[in-house]
Design a protein around this ligand. Structure first.
Ligand SMILES: [Zn+2]
Length: 122
């Protein structure tokens, strides 16, 4: 649909690029929540090469206080962005605007199921 809109000049290439990067981020995030044996071989290879994030790296993000490893695409950007305080800076900018502070209480939510997917045997 987005490509059709682009071809019809309803989207600029910048917006299309932003959409593609956003979709890629979400797919890689999904892969990090998928058991290893259910992933396509190329995805497992990319995770092993540390080009995209795997569940082991991503899991720390889901542990309280949820203050680190926000980047869901690569494992190598997070140490640098965490050290620079990039995510804290974004929080200080956006929380007053959007009013959605970082959640420290996710574990008590009934819909939140922390599953260590990288240890999944089946
Ligand atoms: Zn996640």
């Amino acid at each position: 649909m987005f490509l059709l809109m682009f071809w019809l000049d309803a989207l600029s290439w910048q917006v299309l690029t932003f959409i593609c990067i956003g979709l890629l981020n979400q797919q890689v995030h999904r892969f990090s929540h998928t058991p290893q044996k259910r992933l396509p071989g190329v995805v497992r290879l990319l995770q092993r090469l540390r080009l995209i994030q795997d569940g082991r790296h991503h899991w720390v993000y889901h542990i309280s206080p949820h203050s680190t490893r926000y980047c869901v695409l690569t494992p190598w950007m997070n140490p640098m962005l965490d050290r620079l305080g990039f995510w804290r800076c974004l929080e200080r900018l956006f929380v007053p605007i959007f009013g959605a502070p970082r959640r420290n209480d996710l574990r008590v939510q009934p819909w939140y199921r922390p599953i260590a997917i990288w240890n999944c045997a089946n």
